[in-house]
Design a binder for this molecule. Structure first.
Ligand code: GLN
Ligand code: ZN
Length: 771
């Protein structure tokens, strides 16, 4: 059996130098006409297809490009733009697209739209995380009167572009079930979006027929929802739907990724499609079953190269998996990355500053294409000795490197005792000594950590980075900013102060830069949403803290005030979650290593006289595995890592944690098990509804439910916050409540920040009088 092809489920669209970001932002500012933006898109696609073909891929993937988000592309492709935008067919499609993505300012500005002050008609589509990645998609909205119609001009034009360049084409689409699954119902309750499937399928059928007619060889239909726990109605919908789609006669490759298929494995194997793609990294243990169950004539596409991480593939190990599959299968075997390469940086080529040894351990998107080519060539019997030896050497160097392995860290982990993740006394006793020590009023007021990152702060950081401002000058500027923030908080009358995080560029990067085991790229950008990209740190080795990271800043701030200064740390789960992590040890182990490093910082802050320490864990919830059955295990080690960080604190030190907006109700026992003395959460946008669950659960420790939304420059008035606090007091005992904004204030300006906090302090005082 020699018919081995190579392909990828998708490629990064932002460009090696983030050309798409630049062009988009210029276009939105009115500096670049749509025609030039389109030209940028065409150029990027052409370049990315050329890379795929040069690497030897049998098909280029068309349809993975998007000016904002591929799910949003499907909303237009399938003709289901929400009616609330009031679009007319005369309106330019690209303008409508950006209106859905970013909000229709035209509509909002229309005072007389007849929809009143709180008109939501032009509000941007909601954004949410794409499965368990850090990529955000725009959420399709479905209602009883949603209708579908085909608008394939853009996709067909891209297919034509690729064909004109001489490339064999595999088009990629979101499958109809996953498209509906990712959306949400709007309007009348009782409506179920699955009911729209019957209307959607003919549109997909017509689309498949047009793609076939346009000369595509394959259509990849992405149905990653097959890796989730599905309600039976959704699962049962697959077979009839795919029978209908198969009528179009286009060869279909059903693609799954991110998660094992488990109970959906049999279903995925028997759907009437020409091939099945599976995630050979996250679902490696299912490969043999898939090879057994998938009918012999079908294509099996094995995503053997990790599309979610940055490490060079162990080619020997990959070949050991692939050879038996090849021998077993009579049908074609395709090799691929586990998922779209959207989730990894573009190329290592530009990483000239990266330590050469660490660089040799990595493979970004373009390097992964080359890995597929070597795997295929090897299986086909070509002489790849040199390439295999190079990969082997890299893997061996990484495995043995003293930079990866720190025996002191290993010894410390091995000697951990169960008491080390438990505070000495239970919460009620800690609460008593902390109250005694801190002497705070009822409804104590505080903020979440960051204050406005002013132009001055950003200019100083940039100048320092360019080498124009020396370390001493930079430090002086930051200290002055901290002093300013402390002074303003005293004038506002806040009870627990923060230093304001002026010296931090980013809450993960700041710590990563000071910890052993972390590396940073220059250009390792990954799309987060729209034009926004993030550059996650790489955790390559055992994590250790050579020296204190925050103590000098915090102690400086404490010396400026008699009020308690809250120390501010990022928690181990959040640091883990927002980085590329090692694949040579369990995530739990890396989390524990980070926990120990941050634990030492807690101890040093306490030693320096800091009485309150906040350990932020906004990413705790998003780390939940896609499958429920694995939640307990994750929550167990994740909350354990938090406790390991916090539990070094003496009973009289008050530990806070902060989480942003999240669904907490199904994980309240585990949130409680973190045993933070105080938790602050984002609740104002849900009108305190989020707090009801904490009340019903009888959450035992103290809580600061956010009383105003920091995402908007609007200054909340006192009465509005009083109302929210009364509402909070009706579900949580008032002596358990804190008063604070929803989240950090770094994106705000000082003027609105001071006005809002002044009103917030007034609201807390009013509540105290009501006591
Ligand atoms: N302490 C951080 C800040 O105030 C918390 C940010 C977050 O929750 N994402 O900015
Ligand atoms: Zn937050």
């Amino acid at each position: 059996m020699t018919n081995i092809q190579i392909h990828i489920p998708g490629f990064p669209r932002i460009g090696s130098a983030r050309e798409l970001k630049t062009a988009l932002e210029r276009h939105w500012r009115g500096e670049l006409p749509a025609s030039a933006l389109e030209q940028t898109g065409r150029a990027l696609r052409a370049r990315h297809w050329a890379l795929q073909r040069e690497a030897g891929l049998d098909h280029v993937t068309v349809g993975d490009f998007a000016f904002y988000d591929h799910v949003a592309n499907h909303i237009q492709l399938l003709g289901c733009e929400p009616a609330r935008f009031g679009f007319t067919p005369q309106q330019d499609a690209l303008q409508r697209y950006f209106a859905m993505a970013r909000g229709d300012t035209g509509h909002a500005a229309h005072a007389d739209c007849g929809h009143g002050h709180a008109c939501q008609h032009g509000a941007a589509l909601e954004m949410t995380k794409w499965f368990d990645t850090n990529y955000h998609y725009l959420v399709p909205e479905f209602a009883g009167d949603t209708a579908f119609s085909l608008h394939a001009e853009r996709l067909l034009a891209e297919v034509a572009e690729a064909r004109a360049l001489g490339h064999p084409v595999k088009a990629v689409l979101l499958g109809p079930l996953t498209f509906l699954w990712l959306g949400k119902e709007k309007g009348a309750s009782g409506f179920d979006r699955l009911g729209l499937l019957d209307q959607l399928l003919p549109v997909y059928g017509a689309l498949l027929a047009q793609l076939k007619h346009a000369g595509v060889d394959w259509v990849q239909l992405d149905e990653p929802m097959l890796g989730l726990d599905l309600p039976s109605a959704w699962r049962n919908a697959f077979e009839p739907a795919y029978w209908q789609l198969s009528q179009a006669g286009a060869p279909l490759l059903l693609a799954t990724y991110f998660s094992p298929l488990e109970e959906n494995l049999g279903l995925a194997c028997r759907l009437p499609v020409a091939g099945l793609h599976v995630d050979g990294v996250r679902a490696a243990h299912e490969l043999t079953s898939v090879a057994d169950w998938l009918p012999g004539h079908k294509v099996l596409s094995v995503g053997i190269v990790d599309g979610r991480n940055v490490w060079r593939t162990d080619l020997d190990a990959a070949l050991a998996v692939l050879r038996p599959l090849r021998d077993k299968r009579t049908g074609p075997l395709w090799l691929s990355t586990s998922c779209s390469l959207l989730h990894v940086p573009f190329s290592l080529e530009q990483e000239t500053q990266l330590d050469p040894e660490i660089r040799s351990w990595l493979a970004f998107a373009t390097e992964k294409l080359a890995e597929l080519a070597v795997l295929r060539a090897t299986l086909a019997g070509a002489d790849t000795t040199g390439a295999l030896a190079a990969a082997r050497a890299a893997v061996a160097s990484r495995r043995a490197s003293p930079r990866v392995h720190n025996t002191a860290v290993a010894a410390r982990l091995a000697s951990l005792t169960p008491e080390q993740d438990r505070r000495a006394k239970p919460f009620p006793q800690r609460q008593a000594v902390q109250r005694e020590r801190l002497g705070l009023p009822a409804f104590p007021t505080t903020t979440i950590g960051s204050f406005p990152q002013t132009a001055e702060i950003r200019a100083a950081r940039a100048a320092h980075k360019r080498g124009e401002l020396d370390a001493a000058g930079y430090e002086r500027t930051m200290l002055a900013q901290i002093a300013d923030a402390v002074h303003r908080q005293e004038l506002l009358g806040l009870d627990v102060l923060v230093h304001g995080e002026a010296e931090r560029n980013d809450m993960v990067e700041y710590f990563g830069e000071q910890l052993d085991g972390f590396a940073f790229t220059q250009h390792g950008w990954v799309q987060s949403y729209g034009s926004r990209c993030v550059k996650p740190p790489l955790i390559y080795g055992d994590v250790a803290r050579p020296q204190p990271m925050t103590v000098a800043w915090t102690a400086h701030a404490q010396r400026l005030t008699k009020r308690p200064m809250k120390g501010m740390l990022t928690g181990p789960v959040t640091i883990l979650q927002w980085s590329f992590v090692r694949d040579d040890q369990p995530r739990a182990t890396t989390a524990r290593q980070i926990a120990l490093a941050i634990r030492d910082e807690v101890a040093d802050l306490e030693q320096a006289g800091i009485a309150i320490i906040q350990i932020d864990e906004p990413a705790l919830r998003e780390g939940l595995p896609l499958r429920r059955a694995r939640w307990d295990d994750y929550l167990d080690w994740a909350t354990g890592a938090f406790r390991l960080t916090a539990a070094v604190a003496a009973d009289h030190t008050q530990i806070h944690t902060h989480m942003c907006y999240a669904e907490f109700n199904d994980i309240l026992p585990q949130i409680a098990a973190m045993d933070a003395d105080v938790i602050t959460i984002e609740t104002s946008r849900s009108d305190m509804e989020l707090l009801a669950g904490f009340g019903q659960f009888q959450y035992p420790n103290e809580i600061g439910p956010g009383v105003y939304d920091i995402h908007s420059p609007r200054v909340p008035d006192t009465q509005q916050m009083v109302r929210l606090l009364r509402k909070a007091s009706s579900v949580i005992a008032p002596d358990q409540l804190w008063v604070n904004p929803d989240c950090g204030l770094k994106t705000r300006g000082w003027e609105e920040t001071e006005a809002a906090l002044r009103n917030m302090v007034a609201a807390a005082r009013l509540l105290r009088e009501e006591q």
